[in-house]
Ligand binder design. Sequence first.
Ligand code: SF4
Length: 219
Amino acid sequence: MASLTRLATQVRGCRQCPRLVACREVDRGPAYWARPVPGFGDPRARLLVVGLAPGANGANRTGRVFTGDASGELLFGALHRAGFANQPTSTSRDDGLVLTDVYVTNIVKCVPPANQPSRAEVARCSSFFERELSLLPDVRVVLAVGAVAWHGFARDRVSPRPAFAHGATVAVGNRVLVGTYHVSRYNQNTGRITASMLDDILARVRTLIGRGRSRRVAP
Ligand code: SF4
């Protein structure tokens, strides 16, 4: 845990990508976090949820991954129903949310313009992600939220590169990579992703990692 905390401190102080530093700090008002956003959750997690990057008005505003926007509402609502979270909402860094058996992070720690980091930016920030992963030795399932996170995780680990699909699974060493459509507001509004679709994915994840260590939520 101390190492994850140390890593988070290093991430928060990073300014290696001039374009992303400018994007995260662009005049968003004093209430914005506007710094890199490290992952958070249970250091003994068997499930790792991986997104691409902080949301401009979500994590880049609140300072916590998938917090303060529609993406977080859908994701943490589903994690709560599946027994991985003590509450269904994620609104701020001090909202009392506690995760059990899951750690949530992004491959890129700073919000990119138009949600599109360059290859060089992804490669640069991947060193932080790889260090996070190495500090989470119990992870058995990696849930990639969206195609870019899927390919970001599979790259350099699986050959040939596996095709992304909602519900796709692929073995990666002693872990399983599972894909879900992104939980963005746009995907929710178009019906591409729904709460029940995410519930189904997490039910499958639960089967893959086995029972135990979760807080079961009354139906
Ligand atoms: S994207 Fe990653 S490497 Fe680039 S400035 Fe942000 S934290 Fe640093």
